[in-house]
Design a protein around this ligand. Structure first.
Ligand code: NOJ
Length: 581
């Protein structure tokens, strides 16, 4: 990707450095490690399998943590490793205060924490408060108890509609497809009430109108805070409280505006009572000092509404999904960056930025299409149009270099530093995402972005684990993308990421300012100045002549150092600096 890390100076350029600037955001001096952190998402099932059962584990994470420290991230976020039947890859928790045996033990967790801290890495864990597993003791107790009992009141049980209660209580649909209600048999074996599950039927939603649920989650927060975690990524944080009376709603239960149903109108999302829950959690975290954080996975539109979640007495951060969904659309990118910084500045919170996670097609695959690719959560199958993997990786490097120059915090998803694409040839019988089964295969789901990591090209299973085959198969391209091959190559995607993170830290870009550099903002290029660095992305078919200044980084090696080719980004040190702070 990046043939030459050495610094070029463009001497013959005639273009003015930036032209007029439109300042949007000034440098951030507020305390808090998290305001500018780069946080790396570890998906434990797919990170590294040390015990050889084909599934990643905590000991595997401990083993490879030095690689993450060396990459230059500040913290890791671990997707769930709690006790779980794994019907939704661990987002179906049966015991919030224990480690599932496939991942190891609490002892393994403590060892991993100690190693992280030794390496100077913080650890954030996932909290799944909207729903648990149907195997959770509380849900089993609810099933055994009669309608109207305190046990049932931990969840959202309702009588069915229509004659004999044979119809679901309302028309809500599960995020994974099919109705959001399942009927249970009563203790006498007869058809009984229905329970709500916004996700799989094995994931009953908690009743957050019940104070006992609040008490239970405070206990869970303290359990992990006491073990040293630096905070929580809060799963579907916008969904815990449902509108009184559970009114009918025709949209899909994912709150995404891409469905044509704006999330903020949905009765299962963004209810006002949520804010008091997060105020209370903030108090709990603050008891442990200022360094423990809450990050909302909240699909809330528009951005000023999202900003309500990160007011000083609530969460610290929220994922910026509008940024992820903007893709490489120049107009949308400029709008979302401007709106994010302005909305979040208004409440004193930093923005976050993200391009990939375990729920969407990896950006190296998304950007491999000209025109429309797949819907983010629906995956790419062997019979779908395939992305152009090398084009996708080329553009992914540009998108990452653009994102990591922005002020604020950034989330990386494991494997994006290798430029990994999705697995697109997973056989149906190996698919595990409940979306696939619940839609009768119509939506493939998210397995493609969850394929295990290739660590060492010459080892069995590309070094993921030495025993059983990985739980999802590697695409053929993963062998040449293995981490050890990339580590030794200065032109690799991995080397680019290391250098980006090193310079981002050295230039303190996460704490920096942002002004649009208008001369470079066209319908096919976008540029901003952060401090003394100009970040310029070219999505035009034609090369752009670079402005005067020292080229600090480029997303690809140039044929001609004076130009920025199509689908590339560069960081340029401005000769005179820019007065944007
Ligand atoms: C969001 C998580 O990221 C996703 O993986 C999960 O399926 C749902 N929430 C339900 O917990």
């Amino acid at each position: 990707m990046l043939a030459d890390m050495s610094v070029d100076t463009v001497t013959e350029a005639t273009s003015p450095a930036t032209g007029p600037l439109t300042p949007i955001h000034t440098a951030d001096t507020a305390p808090g490690w998290w305001r500018s952190a780069v946080i790396y998402q570890v998906y434990p099932r797919s990170f590294r399998d040390l015990n050889g059962d084909g599934v990643g584990d905590l000991a595997g994470i401990t083993e490879e943590l030095p690689q993450l420290a060396e990459l230059g991230v500040d913290a890791v976020w671990l997707s769930p490793f709690y006790r779980s039947p794994q019907r939704d890859a661990g987002y179906d928790v049966s015991d919030y205060c224990d480690v599932d045996p496939i991942f190891g033990t609490l002892g393994d967790f403590d060892v991993m924490m100690a190693e992280s801290h030794r390496l100077g890495l913080r650890v954030i864990v996932d909290l799944v408060p909207n729903h648990c597993s149907d195997q959770h003791a509380a849900f089993q107790a609810a099933l055994a108890a009669p309608a109207g009992s305190p046990e049932r009141d931990m969840f959202i049980f309702r009588d069915g509609a229509g004659e004999g209660g044979h119809e679901p209580p309302n028309n809500w649909q599960s995020h994974f497809g099919g109705p959001a209600w399942t009927r249970v048999a009563g203790p006498d074996g007869q058809p009984d009430q229905w329970y709500l599950h916004l996700f799989d039927s094995s994931q009953p939603d908690f009743n957050w109108d019940n104070p006992a649920v609040h008490a239970e989650f405070e206990r869970v927060l303290r359990f992990w805070l006491d073990r040293g975690v630096s905070g929580f990524r809060v799963d579907v944080a916008h969904a815990l409280v449902k509108a009184p009376g559970l009114p009918a709603w025709g949209g899909r239960a994912d709150g995404s505006s891409t469905d044509g149903f704006p999330g903020h109108e949905a009765p299962m999302f963004g209810q006002p009572a949520l804010h008091d829950i997060y105020r209370r959690w903030r108090e709990v975290l603050d008891e442990y000092g200022p360094d423990r954080i809450l990050c909302a996975e909240a699909n809330v539109d528009p951005l000023p509404r999202l900003a309500n979640w990160v007011r000083p007495d609530q969460m610290h951060q929220a994922f910026n999904f509008p940024y992820l969904h903007a893709g490489l659309d120049i107009h949308r990118l400029r709008t979302v960056v401007t709106d994010s910084l302005m909305a979040l500045d208004a409440v004193g919170a930093p923005s976050t930025w993200v391009l990939s996670n375990h729920d969407v097609v990896r950006h190296a695959s998304r950007f491999g299409y000209n025109g429309h690719g797949p819907r983010d959560g629906d995956g790419i199958g062997p019979f779908d149009p395939q992305p152009d993997v090398s084009l996708g990786r080329h553009r992914a490097a540009a998108a990452s270099l653009f994102m990591l120059g922005l002020p604020g915090a950034a989330y990386l998803y494991q494997g994006e530093e290798l430029g990994l694409p999705d697995g697109t040839d997973i056989p149906e019988h190996l698919r595990q995402d409940p979306t696939f089964a619940r839609t009768g295969g119509e939506r493939l789901g998210r397995d493609g972005c969850r394929v295990p990591l290739p660590w060492r090209a010459a080892e069995p299973h590309l070094g993921f684990g030495a025993g059983e085959s990985p739980w999802l198969p590697f695409p053929a391209s993963f062998a040449e993308l293995a981490r050890d091959l990339q580590a030794g190559s200065p032109s690799s995607h991995l080397s680019l990421y290391r250098e980006i993170l090193r310079q981002r830290r050295a230039l303190d870009l996460g704490r920096g300012s942002l002004a649009w550099a208008e001369n470079w903002c066209t319908s096919s290029s976008l540029a901003y100045v952060n401090g003394t660095t100009l970040v310029l992305m070219n999505l035009n078919h034609d090369p752009l002549e670079l402005p005067a200044g020292q080229v600090l980084l480029r997303s690809a090696s140039p044929d001609d150092a004076r130009y920025l080719a199509s689908g590339e980004t560069a960081w340029i040190r401005l000769e005179s600096g820019a007065p944007t702070d």
